[in-house]
Write a protein that binds this ligand. Sequence first.
Ligand code: PLP
Length: 400
Amino acid sequence: MARAVTMRRISERVSGIAESATLAVDARAKMMRAAGRPVIGFGAGEPDFPTPGYIVDAAARACRDPRTHKYTPAGGLPELRAAIARKVRRDSGQQIEPAQVIVTNGGKQAVHQAFATLLDPGDEVLLPAPYWTTYPEAVKLAGGVPVTVMTDEAAGHLVTTEQLEAARTPRTRVLLMCSPSNPTGAVCSRAQLEEIGRWALDHDLMVVADEIYEHLVYGNAEFHSLPVAVPELAERTVVLNGVSKTFAMTGWRVGWMSGPRDVIKAATDLQSHTTSNVCNVAQAAALAAVSGDLSAVHRMRQVFDRRRRTIVRLLNEIPGVHCPEPQGAFYVYPSVKGLLGRRPASSLELADLILDEAEVAVVPGEAFGTPGYLRLSYALADEDLVEGVNRIAKLVSGRL
Ligand code: PLP
């Protein structure tokens, strides 16, 4: 008789995390496309542009140089760390040195590494919701406890110090801030950042500031870096950033953490045992990106801005959908509460229905801690964007 298998095979730590909802939606859309279905994808947070030519050329040259065929120091190529420090001084106005930078495998590894470096078991992390889907899982993997802080749609989904204070406990150690935000595109003003930063300082918290969308702000909105808005906070703030979104380099996998020297040193020790260094050729590409000017991103931003206005207008024409105009990143986060009833009963079900019947991929608000919304990335071709929203409108008028 076969013996019952009682052995635990997957650790509680890993079995406790959820698959990335955004990557899952994107993978499903790609599978349907491979099977011949004309799926339009609003799922992935990925610019549709190719990486600018001068960056690709730098990588091609690096490929042919045998020096690039070797490991780099775990923290990154010294010239890249120096160039990132210069770029931070240029773009954010924060005075940092190369020793305050570690190069990571994309912004996502920077997120994981920040929490792994800062948290002890049971430490609580305040996550304003809607939050990017990876944050709670990264906190849990690091032994921490994610604490969702609900924001108000009427206040543009921007967290207030009152909401943060209501969620604070003696175990609170870290505050996560993401501005411009994924998924809402909300951008904190300097005054809001100052108030939140002072509150974090008063309560002796560490802060992780995800600034990966720093260059994607529209209209009158301005990006401000948290440790610049509140300089006293610099000694307790880890900033996350990378080339993925700014330079259309999602596939190259280069990001970084910058912050206090002791945190960066500890993160580098950790990375020396996990991934060692980021691909040397990709670092050469990132060096060209951060050393060059910002004209390529300015051009992409103009295109995103046009699409932003188009998608907001089209979505608001659908009865039951309410889409505020976001000020940053390349996402809209419309409320679809007006479309929910017996079926679909949730934004999760609605997203499935839209994919199955309209062949359009969107991410449900459940993935960001706030059911009742959908996230659509507008980093796709204008014609696809119009066609995709029209398909949703048709589905809604015919079925719901
Ligand atoms: N941070 C935020 C807020 C993001 O939206 C993303 C990607 O979607 C990342 C970090 C990670 O970017 P990557 O790992 O592609 O560099």
